[in-house]
Ligand binder design. Structure first.
Ligand code: IMP
Length: 433
């Protein structure tokens, strides 16, 4: 059985907590899309470990953890992460981490190109500048360099880099970035050395996956980014460059689409976004400030303050159909209660006014109409506090249960998980669902 953990909005929903719950007794855990634009923290022996590439499931000693072919890898970042995890004495680390040789490599010139593209755009995306988009573009253009290529002879790697960077170098030279023009020999030397250091982890992942599927093992896909950032189904062009929703997450891990699978959509009790693009329930002024401060809404990867707004059921409803979400996890149920107490009310977007009609899904054509849907809200008076003794749904304050019922009714998805605090076990699981 595969459990896919996917973000329902614009990322940063707190996927790690539910991923960790499922990884506890899983055999295989995978990261399958994106790169070090993602950031999540896992708790290990009371220490918080910031991870960008290695699946958080690595902290459970029975797991095999795969970085799949759909991921783009900055080897320097990955090597730092590996070193950090080894310093924390994660058991059998070297035997349990597997990197697909088919994953693509992020080079410094991809980060420079990310910078250049953003600079030349009238409406920049607000990328993380980690070189994610240019690496996927090179992959699609078939000039990408794969992790396998780092294991070639240095001269062969150099030839590949030379060929891949002909046009990139012209672009740097013509756009005031001559200092970014690539020296293939220098890069080949450095990245060949990275390859040697990563060699023991690099492998063909397909037999491992085939074996896990044959044994009916528990497989967890740790999604990165989220529904509205998906290149095909999100807010194009204000999105990332991978298919980070369920189908793409399966493909990026070489997991067959006819597997038996359950999809857990992760969400927060309010919504947030970094970077530019539409955000129908976005708030400003003191409401946004209150949500940001109480939710600590600053980027894990970039530290940027996030835009903040109310919970949007229409997007969740669309996620149900496009991502196949079976169950929701609503994180920050404690935070929204405090927000309600401070502001005196909580809003939930239950439908939109769009093009003169009331709809309950996220429309596909807003870049054409130029109209961001206008939220229609249900409003709850006041808020709540959740104390540490509250461990079941029944024990939650009545108003918090009403909040959840509104989300279930308007998004048409059962809420099975409730995040009630920052720790991994601040998670209420509704066994009856
Ligand atoms: P890129 O993925 O760096 O190209 O950035 C494209 C857009 O996706 C930007 O708006 C980023 O802020 C956003 N983004 C990428 N990864 C994440 C993530 O893990 N969490 C939240 N936003 C992200």
């Amino acid at each position: 059985m595969i459990t896919a953990i996917v973000g329902c909005k614009w990322g940063d929903e707190g996927k790690g907590k539910v991923a960790s719950y499922y990884a506890k007794d899983a055999q295989l855990v995978l990261r399958t899309t994106g790169g070090n634009n993602a950031g999540h923290t896992v708790i290990y022996n009371g220490k918080t470990l910031p991870l960008h590439l290695v699946p958080g499931g690595i902290t459970y000693p029975q797991t095999t953890c795969i970085i799949g072919p759909g991921v783009v890898i900055d080897p320097a970042v990955l090597l730092d992460e590996i070193q950090m995890l080894k310093e924390y004495n994660i058991p059998d680390f070297d035997e349990r981490l597997k990197i697909s040789g088919r994953a693509h490599v992020i080079f410094p010139y991809h980060k420079d190109l990310d910078e250049l593209h953003e600079k030349l755009k009238k409406h920049p995306v607000g990328t993380t500048k980690r070189g994610i988009g240019p690496t996927y573009s090179d992959k699609d253009n078939r000039i990408g360099i794969r992790i396998y290529d780092l294991l070639l002879e240095e001269t062969q790697l150099r030839e590949k880099i030379e060929e891949a960077t002909i046009l990139h170098n012209q672009n740097f030279a013509n756009n005031g970035m001559a200092d970014c023009v690539v020296d293939p020999a220098m890069l080949a030397h450095q990245y060949h050395e990275y390859g040697e250091r990563l060699r023991q982890y690099i492998t063909d992942i397909n037999p491992i996956i085939a074996n896990a599927l044959d044994n009916d093992d528990k497989i967890v896909v740790e999604g990165a980014q989220a529904f509205r950032l998906d290149i095909d189904h999100g807010d194009y062009p204000m999105c990332t460059s991978s298919n980070c929703s369920t189908s793409g997450a399966l493909c990026g891990g070489a997991l067959p689409p006819n597997s038996s699978i359950e999809v857990i959509g992760i969400d927060k009790a309010y919504n947030s976004r970094v970077g530019n693009g539409p955000f129908p329930t976005k708030q400003s002024g003191s409401v946004a400030d209150t949500i940001r401060e109480l939710g600590h809404e600053y980027g894990t990867t970039t530290k940027r303050p996030r835009d903040c707004g109310w919970y949007d059921c229409c997007i969740s409803n669309s996620a149900k159909h496009i991502l196949g979400v079976n169950y929701l996890c609503i994180n920050h149920l404690d935070t929204i209660g405090l927000i309600g107490k401070k502001l005196g009310y909580i809003k939930i977007c239950v439908s939109y006014n769009y093009q003169g009609k009331v709809i309950d899904y996220y429309p596909d054509d807003i870049s054409l109409t130029g109209e961001v849907p206008t939220p229609i809200y249900e409003v709850l008076s006041g808020g709540w506090e959740i104390d540490s003794s509250c461990k079941t749904y029944e024990q939650l304050p009545e108003l918090a249960k009403k909040f959840i019922r509104i989300i279930e009714k308007s998004s048409h998805i059962p809420v099975k998980f409730l995040g009630t605090g920052p720790a991994n076990d601040d998670l209420i699981i509704r066994e009856d669902i």
